[in-house]
Design a protein around this ligand. Sequence first.
Ligand SMILES: [Fe+2]
Length: 304
Amino acid sequence: MNNQNKVEGFEISINNKSKRIIDLYLKDEFIEKLIFPFKRFDITALEYKPFTRFTLAKNLDDLTQNKLSKLVNLVLKDRDTGCFLLKTNNENKKIDDKFLVKLSTAVTHLIGIPNHDSMTGKYYARFFVKHEDDSDSYLRKAYVNMDLHTDGTYVNEITDWILMTKIEEKNVKGGETALLHLDDLENLKELSEDPMGRQNFIWGSPKSKKVEYNVEHPVFKKDEKGNINISYIDQFPEPQNIDQGIFLQKLSDALEESDNKIVLEIPVGSSVVANNHFWLHGRKSFVQNKDLFRELLRIRGRFN
Ligand SMILES: [Fe+2]
């Protein structure tokens, strides 16, 4: 990173597992400066009055002389990177769940506008992963691998980016985050040039997602620069014939067998923010523990 990318209050570095991921560490002294502006709005205000989310974002950006918004947009839109980790000191007692909701809100509103999260009926979703689960999707199933996927495959809205923040965890072993940049998928060319990959698939979703309709779109699409984008998750396409089924199986195997998957342990108080068109994300299974507990926050949305 060059000098232009210096942002007051942040330590910026390249992630030690991937040069495509930028680490942004918020120093404790900067957290201190956020306490006062963050106190101005409670969570209910943020939920009920959308403009307060932008006020929060502006407060955050102003403290960096508006350099943070430039940097995060640059990183997310750059095909070579497209992902950053927002890290905090997890020993800092002033960082609690409410602070993290506010920080995540502020950062996402520097990037764009969140989509309505149908699962919770809010602009964000907080959810748990525990030992026991009776849900109908892989999101909360602790002991199975959540395969690499993108978000928003089954909704009408565009999902340009996703943010996932780890709010809390206890008794956790395993459950690491898996990430893959699409350009690092070994047989991307073959898969994306397969006519099946450009054909419309039907995408539905289980009840818990509270999305009543189906959508149709292909797995691969080219953007205006000719780069290949992906919109894919294993659970939600509804293949209509053997050819479509076989194609999805081939893609699923290629993703899960890729040697270029990045596996990260995200500490409590940190967020992963990624471009959802060319980064896939997933989660490794957890080690069995009846007291297992993890709370996550997600926000997904579009660019301005
Ligand atoms: Fe996801």
